[in-house]
Design a binder for this molecule. Sequence first.
Ligand code: TYC
Length: 102
Amino acid sequence: MAENTTLKPKTVTKPKLERPKLYKVMLVNDDYTPREFVTMVLKAVFRMSEETGHRVMMTAHRMGVAVVVVCTKDIAETKAKEAIDLAKEAGFPLMFTTEPEE
Ligand code: TYC
């Protein structure tokens, strides 16, 4: 028996994917942490090359702060904590902060 099926066009709703808000990890200058130590932390925690680590360290040294990386809130906070912990263990006041990107 032929069925009288009405085919309704399906309404396709495309869910809009929100872009995750991005956060900056900032490196803050201080007068006590040795330059080589700052570069070492940037290499170890943020996987920077010697050259990039040195450049970012010198930017913070000269300008007061430098952007280290832009990533999700979770990763930014985890990386900043890892870096601060390394400095604490070594007895240096080196500070990293996180803030939302404009
Ligand atoms: N200013 C420090 C010094 O002269 C080096 C330094 C650079 C420390 C960058 C922190 O975020 C920093 N020993």
